[in-house]
Design a binder for this molecule. Structure first.
Ligand SMILES: Nc1ncnc2c1ncn2[C@@H]1O[C@H](COP(=O)(O)OP(=O)(O)OP(=O)(O)O)[C@@H](O)[C@H]1O
Length: 235
């Protein structure tokens, strides 16, 4: 579904990604592992049009998206929940969620359906729908960030470290919800520090180091790889 080929990208004079090749298959969960600063967020920002690639190609469902605006990339079917959530803290939970549909501009009835789906996934958000997003706990705010991305009805959901700063029990809950979204057919491209849990439900994975893919394989193979075990699984 998504093909990134020989992608080079960075910021001003800083080169971050060097000839990165990754694929995310429809309906599958693809995991990207990598130390801080290895380029995971830059890769995700480049796919979703927030950073322009310097060279290489990004295709989604066989169409080039490397020159499209972020809004058009959302309309093509890719939604990105960035690291750090970036909610509007003063706005209600429901308003934050509906803003996720801004580029898509669904009809009122479609919007209601999407909102119902998010509330089915995260019932606590229905309870808190009128509260300011900023008043929620960290875990609940992360649910809003994921829910907002889902409001564009994506075929591919990109999640950048959704468990960042969350307690282990809340992390478990958030990652379970990600697995549920994926099991219902939405492709997921995930960067996650909690490699142990994420490898448990990912299908395929890549390891980035200094902006290069240094290892890739089925999640079960990565789980058994001595380098991955040493660097990410504390073995
Ligand atoms: N806006 C920016 N301007 C300049 N350099 C940046 C910018 N954002 C990130 N970088 C640099 O790009 C490199 C890769 O950062 P990136 O955030 O993509 O890595 P990451 O793997 O997502 O790490 P983390 O887990 O810490 O977010 C780092 O050296 C970082 O300092």
């Amino acid at each position: 579904m998504l093909e990134v080929r020989d992608l080079c990208a960075g910021y001003d004079t800083v080169d971050v990604l060097h000839n990165v090749n990754i694929t995310a298959e429809a309906g599958r969960l693809t995991l990207v592992l990598g130390a801080n600063g290895s380029g995971k967020s830059t890769l995700f920002r480049t796919i979703s049009g927030l950073v322009r690639g310097r060279s290489g190609s990004i295709t989604f469902e066989d169409k080039s998206i490397s020159k499209l605006s972020s809004n058009r990339i959302v309309r093509a079917g890719i939604a990105h929940a960035p690291e750090g959530r970036h909610l509007f803290p003063q706005l209600s939970v429901e308003k934050n969620l509906t803003l996720g549909n801004y580029a898509r501009r669904s009809s009122k009835s479609e919007l209601k359906e999407l909102l119902t789906r998010v509330f089915d996934l995260f019932p606590i958000l229905q309870e808190k729908r009128s509260q300011a997003a900023g008043s929620l706990s960290g875990g609940q705010q992360q649910m809003v960030a994921i829910g907002r991305a889902l409001m564009s009805d994506p075929k591919l959901l990109i999640l950048d470290e959704p468990s960042m700063g969350l307690a282990p029990m809340v992390t478990e809950q958030v990652l379970q919800a990600v697995a549920e979204v994926n099991s219902e057919g939405t492709g997921v491209l995930l960067a996650e520090q909690n490699a142990q849990a994420a490898l448990g439900f990912a299908h395929y994975g890549y390891v980035l180091a200094e902006g290069r893919v240094v290892l890739s394989g089925a999640a079960s193979d990565l789980q058994n790889d001595p380098e991955v075990q040493k660097a990410y699984l504390g073995v």
